[in-house]
Design a protein around this ligand. Structure first.
Ligand code: AMP
Length: 283
């Protein structure tokens, strides 16, 4: 595995790999890697000869009162995990490499970026779309892998790739959970033992709604109410919404199209998100 920190070296290395006929798979991350990230790496390795992982804690996607400065980092551990997972290139640029001075060009998403996290994190998806677009241009992958855990991010990136004619296949990988159901997240490390126990309510609530859905429940309010009962133990529920799986607009009863039940909640001072898909065949 090669660790690379500049765009020019990255381009050189990947040009050679591409000449050799390899498909390039790309997994963008903010580091502090866990099995969720490694599932994306495994998906890339299954489809591509070359797998590039980026580690970059992107300042433009954090709000002024968010956890940019305290975001967990452990580069040496991440590097070992990537090497052991069979990553070809680990790309870890610094902020200056990604955002040179006088940087002023952004990618602005539309309706998909407005609800859910977009409503509570102004500018977040502008930062995400911008950095993902820039990383796509740096890596020029054939395929890029994103986690279902960040459902809205997947929708925004997929739309951006279509709208900006980026010749990149976007693949969504299912959410990896701890054995008890908690969605893996780098932010889980902020949780105390007691908070960790209460955080479990998020996945419990969402998965309880999935059970009801599988038993035939199609009423939006009832499905949301089932999840909400579990979520009473979190400190602040930011949103719990059942939205259309494609448009991310509020779903209507009775459900006839695939929907996503999405939640964001604070447990202590940690903001956690999770979602489940309620899948229906297209009419
Ligand atoms: P992050 O480092 O949190 O920005 O995440 C980098 C990528 O890993 C994103 O595409 C995430 O959606 C994905 N990811 C994070 N957590 C999980 C998880 N528990 N299961 C699957 N993918 C995940």
């Amino acid at each position: 595995m090669q660790t690379i920190v500049t765009v020019s070296e990255l381009r050189q290395t990947l040009t050679q790999a591409r000449r050799a006929g390899g498909r390039v798979g790309f997994v963008p991350t903010m580091g502090y890697l866990h099995d969720g990230h490694l599932a994306l790496v495994a998906a890339s390795r299954a489809q591509c000869e070359v797998t590039v992982v980026s580690i970059f804690v992107n300042p433009t996607q954090f709000g002024p009162n968010e956890d940019l400065s305290t975001y967990p980092r452990d580069f040496l551990r991440d590097e070992t995990l990537c090497r052991d997972a069979g990553v070809t290139v680990l790309f870890a640029p610094d902020a200056q490499e990604v955002y040179p001075s006088q940087f002023e060009t952004y990618v602005e998403s539309g309706e998909l970026a407005k609800p859910l996290c977009g409503a509570f994190r102004p500018g977040h998806f502008r930062g995400v779309a911008t950095v993902v677009c820039k990383l796509f241009n740096m890596v020029q992958p054939d395929v890029a892998f994103f986690g279902q855990k960040d459902f809205q991010q997947c929708a925004v990136v997929r739309r951006m790739a279509i709208d900006l004619n980026l010749p990149i296949e976007i693949i969504t990988v299912p959410t990896v959970r701890e054995p008890d159901g908690l969605a893996m997240s780098s932010r889980n490390r902020y949780l105390s033992e007691e908070e960790r126990r209460r955080a479990l309510a998020i996945s419990r609530g969402l998965l309880a709604a999935v059970d009801e859905f599988r038993s035939g429940e199609r009423d939006v309010e009832k499905l949301v109410a089932i999840a909400k009962r579990h979520l009473e133990v979190v400190d602040r529920l930011q949103y719990l919404e059942l939205v259309d799986g494609d448009t991310l607009k509020a779903a209507h009863s009775p459900l006839r199209r695939t929907a996503a039940l999405c939640a964001a909640a604070y447990v202590g001072s940690t903001r956690l998100i999770d979602n489940v898909m309620l899948a229906l065949p297209s009419p």
